[in-house]
Ligand binder design. Structure first.
Ligand code: XUL
Length: 526
């Protein structure tokens, strides 16, 4: 019989499913359900509830639960062999939180007698909506928590990251301050990941070390709730949090709700979910130190594996637990694709092909010209005052400006990932702009390492399925090796390897030092 594992990913805009046939190393089914389109009665826009305050971004936990029902119905309809699934894993958008009163445990245990998940959850929420990662309304709470824990460096050292607006701890603090009665009635707080896992398991699920690290509440080294962070955040918090556990650990058998309603294998195991980024690390096969990925999307993200825990004293980057038991790092640069697009528009370059051709006409290092493209407030480095800064760069020279923006983005990544003390040996390039070869040559040269292109549409859900497989093998008394587990599922595009040019790499070794000085100067001017 085939070994089938199901991975689910509850992201901002959709819920996705991937089924893998483990022995055949194949994804045999994938499906996505878009919240706005499939569940219009929740009135979300891109998965977010409308709010008058642009800083507040909440979503609906009941919508996520209803989506789970719909997706299982869809899988049944599509003829997925649900009765052969051995284990179910999952991942969720990070940082988002769900708040329950003391009726939740009974409701989860009795799900099988409810006509739907939404009906089964009736009367269990102590807060009707869930703040999600896009929320940036907690600057004050971040400052308070950071100060109580002992500053930027101490907060990062203790919890893996400085206090960030979207992180769960600051969100919980805001809830406790603004709605103290509702907070007092809250007996359980879940993350998006542990909420969905609780539905599948029919009991309160643990929070894993990957998603738990995105809360500013977990001791990043000991992997327990950090007493200083709990104290700095809100009263009686520890009682309201579930236990922490390794990602993919078996919680129990899947709730009989799914067996009765959709014909899921009654022996299928429900496992601990993680965050979408830790799951993507597995889905992309980044299981060894030195393997990293750069996603060129709306924002650019650099993430990779790290053996020993090292945190960023400047508080710009994040350290999360990796499902492998090691660590992962994540740095998010806000001025990604949109900034590249602004330059393209500014110079009337008609498409990305022409952008790449123009860039290729100029020399690596751009004759020392540097552009700091902070079209929007930037996260790394922290820039609250947007602005464009040019150094030795002719504003009228279109080609030089096309090169300058991408060189700057890559030099910024190189510079702001130094704290990890892990030089990448190989980078997987993903995301919209990764099919632009001249850009990838700049990436290889600035980072001085091989770049391979990779195309995976659902890396988090795939990672979640692989994590379920890992949990299943462990429960069966085996010691599966991650290298063997992920092999063959994510393969780079054939012949996509780009090698660094040694001469260009030497130019960037010098130029990055000039970039440091320019960045310092620009930050001083702001
Ligand atoms: C990571 C983060 C986002 C969400 C997106 O810190 O906030 O990547 O996880 O789902």
């Amino acid at each position: 019989m085939a070994k089938l594992f199901l991975g689910l990913d509850s992201s901002t805009q959709s819920l996705s499913a991937v089924v893998i046939d483990y022995d055949r190393r194949k994804v045999v089914y994938e499906k996505s359900l878009n919240f706005d389109r499939a569940l219009p009665h929740y009135q979300t826009q891109n998965g977010v509830l409308p709010n008058r305050d642009p800083l507040v971004k909440h979503s609906s936990p009941l919508m996520w639960a209803e989506a789970l029902d719909l997706l299982f119905a869809q899988m049944k309809n599509d003829g997925v062999a649900l009765d052969e699934i051995l284990a179910i894993g999952g991942s969720g958008q990070q940082h988002g939180s769900v708040y329950f009163n003391d009726r939740i445990e009974t409701a989860l245990a009795n799900l099988a007698s409810a006509p739907s998940l939404v009906k089964g959850l009736r009367g269990t929420l102590s807060r009707p909506t869930a703040p999600i990662w896009m929320d940036s309304s907690t600057a004050k709470e971040c400052a308070e928590i950071r100060q109580k824990i002992g500053g930027v460096k101490a907060t990062a050292q203790k919890t893996g990251s400085d206090a960030f607006e979207r992180f769960t701890g600051p969100q919980i603090r805001k809830f406790c301050k603004t709605e103290p009665e509702a907070y007092a009635k809250t007996s359980n707080i879940a993350l998006v990941s542990s909420f969905m896992a609780s539905l599948l398991a029919g009991k309160i699920a643990p929070i894993d070390h990957g998603d738990g690290a995105g809360m500013n509440l977990m001791d990043i080294r000991k992997k327990v709730w950090h007493p200083d962070a709990l104290k700095a955040t809100a009263p009686n918090l520890k009682k309201k949090l579930p236990p922490l556990a390794e990602s993919g650990k078996v919680i129990g058998k899947a709730s009989s709700y799914f067996v009765q309603k959709f014909g899921i294998n009654p022996e299928a195991l429900a496992t601990v979910w993680t965050g979408d980024n830790p799951a993507s690390v597995i889905g992309l096969g980044l299981i060894k130190q030195g393997l990293a990925a750069i996603s060129l999307g709306t924002s650019d993200t650099y993430f990779g594996s790290m053996k020993n825990c090292r945190t960023d004293a400047h508080g710009e980057g994040h350290v999360f637990g990796s499902p492998t038991g090691d660590y992962m790092t994540l740095i998010c640069f806000k001025n990604g694709s949109l900034a590249r697009e602004k330059i393209r528009e500014l110079y009337g370059v008609k498409n990305w092909k022409s952008f790449g051709q123009l860039l290729a006409k100029t020399k690596p290092g751009n004759n020392g010209g540097i552009l700091l493209p902070w079209f929007e407030a930037e996260i790394v480095p922290r820039v609250n005052q947007p602005g464009i800064h040019r150094f030795n760069l002719d504003e009228k020279d279109a080609a030089a400006n096309c090169r300058a923006i991408f060189e700057a983005q890559m030099m910024s990544m190189r510079l702001h990932s130094r704290w990890m003390k892990v030089a990448p040996k190989c980078i997987y390039a993903t995301g919209g702009a990764s099919n632009n070869l001249p850009l990838l040559q700049v990436m290889a040269d600035v980072m001085n390492c091989r770049v391979l292109r990779i195309e995976v549409s659902k890396s988090a859900a795939l990672g979640a399925a692989l994590q379920a497989a890992h949990g299943w093998f462990v429960a069966a008394g085996e010691k599966p090796k991650w290298g063997k587990l992920v092999a063959g599922f994510t393969v780079p595009i054939p012949n996509s390897e780009i090698r660094p040019n040694a001469k260009a790499a030497r130019i960037y070794d010098k130029l990055v030092e000039k970039y440091v000085a320019c960045e310092r100067e620009a930050l001083r001017q702001i």
